[in-house]
Design a protein around this ligand. Structure first.
Ligand SMILES: [Zn+2]
Length: 120
């Protein structure tokens, strides 16, 4: 396996940064970023890491915008999935703020919230 990848954003080489400048004299170019495989592998495992393929979030997002259809075709989702849960409703004291013309006043009220119980 190669120790380096080239950034997979097809437009990486068009982004104007000093770090992409290569060449000598009048033959300068902007070059696709070279990525050291495992650069963010802090847990020292062999799990796939997206940052082995993209130099930064900008390049990752440009790739996803360009290839959104192809990416979604890798693992199509044609219907929603569901996770069974238990829900408990809880009342609690909260506050709302009312504008009285020259100041906000804090008013308590009885609010409710849904709590998802541990299912495991
Ligand atoms: Zn890049």
């Amino acid at each position: 396996m190669s120790d380096y990848n080239w950034c997979h954003n097809p437009s990486c080489h068009t982004i104007e940064t000093q770090s992409r400048v290569r060449g000598t004299g009048d033959n300068k170019v902007l070059r696709t970023m070279k990525i050291k495989v495992g650069r963010y592998n802090y847990s020292n495992d062999n799990n796939p890491n997206i940052w082995n393929y993209f130099c930064n979030q900008n390049c990752l997002m440009q790739f996803l915008f360009k290839f959104a259809q192809e990416v979604s075709n890798i693992a199509p989702v044609r219907e929603p999935k569901e996770t069974p849960i238990k829900v408990r409703t809880e009342k609690y004291e909260s506050y709302r703020y009312r504008w009285s013309g020259n100041a906000h006043t804090r008013e308590p009220y009885q609010a409710t919230r849904k709590i998802i119980e541990n299912s495991s």
